[in-house]
Design a binder for this molecule. Sequence first.
Ligand SMILES: Cc1cc2nc3c(=O)[nH]c(=O)nc-3n(C[C@H](O)[C@H](O)[C@H](O)COP(=O)(O)OP(=O)(O)OC[C@H]3O[C@@H](n4cnc5c(N)ncnc54)[C@H](O)[C@@H]3O)c2cc1C
Length: 274
Amino acid sequence: MLHQNLEWFFPHKVEEAVKLIEQQGVILHGGGTRILKTSPKSIKGLVDVGRLNLNYIHHADNHFSIGSASTYADIIRYSLKTNKLLILAKALSEAASTPLRNRITIGGSLKDFPIWSSLYAPLLALNAQIEIAEKHEKILSLEEYLDSGMIKTKHLIKRIIVDDIPNIIGGVKRFSLIRFEYPLFTIAVVLQVKQKTVSEARIFITGVKGRHKRCKRAEHFLIDKELNDETIQQAEKHFAPKFVSDYKYSAEYKEHTAKVFFTDLLHELKGTLK
Ligand SMILES: Cc1cc2nc3c(=O)[nH]c(=O)nc-3n(C[C@H](O)[C@H](O)[C@H](O)COP(=O)(O)OP(=O)(O)OC[C@H]3O[C@@H](n4cnc5c(N)ncnc54)[C@H](O)[C@@H]3O)c2cc1C
C-alpha cells in the first residue's frame, strides 16, 4: 500500500522536478509499474515525468536521442515506422505484456534495473550514453553509470543516446521457460563485420551474478576472425557467465543454457551476412 496522504506533483520543467526530488520520500514516477508493485511505505510524494517534454525519439547527426519518458511501446512503434533501432525494439517487444509496455518508461527502467531487464543488455551492447539532469549537462556511458554506482543515488535521467552506426549486426536473446515469465537472463551481441571478418564486438549479459557482465574474453576471441561455424564453436569456450542458483534453477543449468543461447545467436548473425 502506498502512503494514504501521498502527494502528486506534475512539474513542467526538469529543474522543478529535480528540486522536488531533493525532499525526503519524494521520488520520480515514470510508468509506475515498479512503484505500484513494491509500494514502498517510505514514499510521501510522487513527481510525474509526463509533462517534462521527455517523451521523444529524435534522429540527428548520426545518433538517436531517446527521452526518458518514452515507453517501451514508443520505441517499438518508432522502429516499425523507420526500420531503425531494430536490436533495441526486438528486445523490448519481448518484455512483459502489451499494457505494461505501454507504461514502462526508459527512465524508470534504467533507474530500477530489475534482474529481468530487457533494456540494459541491448543498450550496453550498443554502447549507449545516458544524460543526467544536473546544473551542467552530464553525459556518461551507460557502463560508467553502472560502474560508478551513480544508479544508487537520487537523480533524474533525461535521455539515452545511441549512435547510429552503419554496418553493424546484432541480436538479443532472453531465456524464460514461459513467454510471459520474467526472463532469467538476456544476452545482447553487437558486431561490426567487414567482409565476413569481425572488427568490433560488444557482448553483454544481464541476470548474472553482479547483475550485468561484459563478456570481454568472447569479444577478444571474435575480433579479427571470420564469423564461420568453427569460430562460433570456439567462441562458446570463451563465454562463461556466472550465475547464482535459485529455487528453480542451478547456476550450472543457467550457465549451460546461456552458452547454448550465445551460440544460437552467433549462428543467427552469421546467417544475416551476405
Ligand atoms: C509483471 C511484470 C513483468 C515485467 N517484465 C519485464 C520484462 O520482461 N522486461 C523488462 O525490461 N521490464 C519488465 N517489467 C518492468 C520492470 O519490472 C519495472 O517495473 C520497470 O522497468 C519500471 O519502469 P517504470 O517506468 O514503470 O518506472 P517507475 O515504477 O515509475 O519507477 C521505477 C523507479 O525509477 C525511478 N524513476 C522513474 N523515472 C525516472 C527518471 N526519468 N529518472 C530517474 N529515475 C526515475 C522512480 O523514482 C523509481 O525509483 C515488468 C513489470 C511487471 C509488473
